[in-house]
Write a protein that binds this ligand. Structure first.
Ligand SMILES: [Zn+2]
Length: 505
């Protein structure tokens, strides 16, 4: 503990020096310098720090699984609305047989849950990490098992909850992993099969009805967007914080499925993202340490490379390196992030926890820096799933090598967390200053898949592009912001920073 305390003191002194040097010539500290000092002072008062960080502008949450973001309480309400049943032997929701007036014998009607606090509490614990104590079941297994327990409830109407929570925390953009390739798309892959000839297999998938699945996914996005806007009242009140929050979607390939089903999902995901601007990227999900995830990893990366060659405009973010020593054999820790970057052409890496166990980690980190591959850092999730935290977490190493990083939530509902908690952890555990956070927040929009060019001349964020050099109100800048959504979000973030730094709350 002693060395960390010294490090904390040094960081506090450094941030005070930075604050002092940021004073203008009259000796009056700038608003940013005042905030730097205030945050340094509040390290001693985590609750006050939490309240301050709650209000802080946070840019984007780039790594957020919709079903994992929903709190158990909301799933239970949805279960009542959808007339689901509860299987108490597994603490999971199950669909009522079509047309059945009652739940089958042995199952409980979900409508009974609100009046039964014992059952309700047990279900909330089963659907999340609340009250979890590792025993015969690990945190990793309990975490991933939750998805099967609440999975029968629809998430389509629940995007609003996630959007509202993000807006309440002064976020301006989220990418939700909300579409997945299970069901009919995986079934299509099972029928078509897979050979080494990816091109021929893709054509067979297209002939077997892939286009209809693309349409079905787009209809699902329509439905989620309509439900979100209706629940938030966006027609009546388009300028509310929650309605101004930009929501985009990612398609999730289920990597634990057999390889012929994974291939169909990859092709479908790229086709969907190419067809619908609201779907900005393809990602890979499910436990990376599972049998198919490990066994087929290199093949999966080749599938992504192939799909990218067919649909070059589609963005790629890949969960990679969500592993820890002991979870898999040492060889399994040696190549996932590198292959995601070099073969899978990932523009962003989700987690990247095991980076220092990769072959030539310094070379890999420099490559990520030079290629501008950002890392989505999920501190709470890495703690509860992998047991990786504190000095064993690679966040400081990524920062040391100049790899862009941004904080994200992963599964805030399952973790019983929210983005603010990730910021609190980052400040208190990794001794980050206000300007460190600001840099990461600017990264979150710069490395988002929002369309258009950047507001910034370069990625040190010191000056805007030449169109905006004469100020935000110039005609050239207004025109530029009108054409570039990313730049618009980034300029808006700067306004939010100014308001935050000038506030006297
Ligand atoms: Zn994730």
């Amino acid at each position: 503990m002693f060395p960390r305390r010294i490090a904390t003191v040094i960081v506090s002194i450094l941030s005070l020096l930075a604050a002092a040097s940021a004073a203008d010539t009259s000796g009056v500290p700038s608003p940013a310098a005042r905030m730097e000092r205030r945050m340094a002072d509040l390290r001693k008062s985590p609750l006050e720090l939490t309240a301050l960080l709650y209000r802080m502008p946070k840019g984007a949450d780039l790594h957020n699984h919709l079903s994992g973001a929903i709190y158990a309480e909301s799933f239970l309400e949805e279960a009542v609305a959808e007339h689901l049943c509860v299987d108490k032997s597994t603490m999971s929701l199950v669909a009522r047989p079509a047309g059945a007036a009652q739940c089958p014998a042995g199952l409980v009607d979900a409508s009974a849950v609100p009046a039964d606090n014992t059952l309700r509490n047990a279900l909330i614990d089963a659907f999340s990490m609340r009250n979890f104590v590792a025993g015969p079941q690990s945190g990793h297994d309990h975490f991933f098992d939750t998805f099967g327990k609440f999975g029968a409830a629809g998430t389509g109407t629940l995007v609003a909850e996630v959007a509202q929570r993000a807006a309440d925390q002064n976020e301006s953009y989220i990418e939700l992993m909300a579409l997945s390739g299970g069901g009919p798309i995986a079934a299509l892959g099972q029928t078509v099969g897979l050979t080494d000839d990816f091109d021929a297999t893709r054509r067979k998938l297209e002939a077997a009805g892939l286009a209809a699945q693309v349409q079905a996914a787009r209809a699902k996005v329509d439905q989620m967007e309509q439900a979100r806007r209706a629940a938030l009242g966006c027609t009546r009140n388009p300028d509310s914080a929650a309605c101004r929050l930009v929501v985009r979607y990612q398609y999730q390939v289920l990597r634990e499925f057999p390889k012929q089903q994974v291939f169909a999902q990859v092709i479908a995901g790229f086709a969907i993202a190419a067809a619908d601007p609201r779907v900005v990227a393809v990602n890979f999900v499910q436990p990376e340490d599972g049998y198919n995830s490990m066994h087929d990893y290199s093949l999966h990366m080749k599938m992504v490379a192939y799909a990218k060659s067919v649909y070059p405009q589609v963005h790629i973010s890949l969960h990679a390196g969500e592993l820890a020593p002991g979870l898999v054999p040492p060889d399994g820790l040696r190549f996932h992030i590198r292959e995601a970057v070099e073969t899978g052409q990932a523009e962003r890496i989700g987690h990247g926890v095991d980076v220092m166990y990769e072959k030539d980690p310094a070379g890999l980190l420099k490559q990520m820096r030079d290629r501008h591959v950002a890392v989505e850092i999920n501190l709470t999730s890495n703690d509860v799933i992998l047991g990786v935290k504190g000095e064993r977490h690679p966040l400081p190493v990524y920062r040391k090598y100049g790899v862009p990083v941004a904080l994200s939530t992963d599964d805030e509902g399952v973790s019983r967390s929210q983005l603010t908690e990730e910021f609190v952890r980052a400040v208190l555990t990794h001794n980050l200053t206000y300007s460190d956070l600001k840099d990461m927040i600017r990264n979150s929009l710069e490395y988002s898949f929002a369309p258009g060019a950047s507001y910034w001349r370069e990625r040190k964020y010191s000056a805007p592009v030449s169109a905006c050099a004469a100020g935000r109100k110039s005609a050239a800048c207004a025109d530029y912001l009108g054409k570039n959504e990313k730049a618009r979000l980034e300029a808006d973030l700067e306004d939010r920073f100014a308001a935050f730094e000038n506030s006297r709350e």
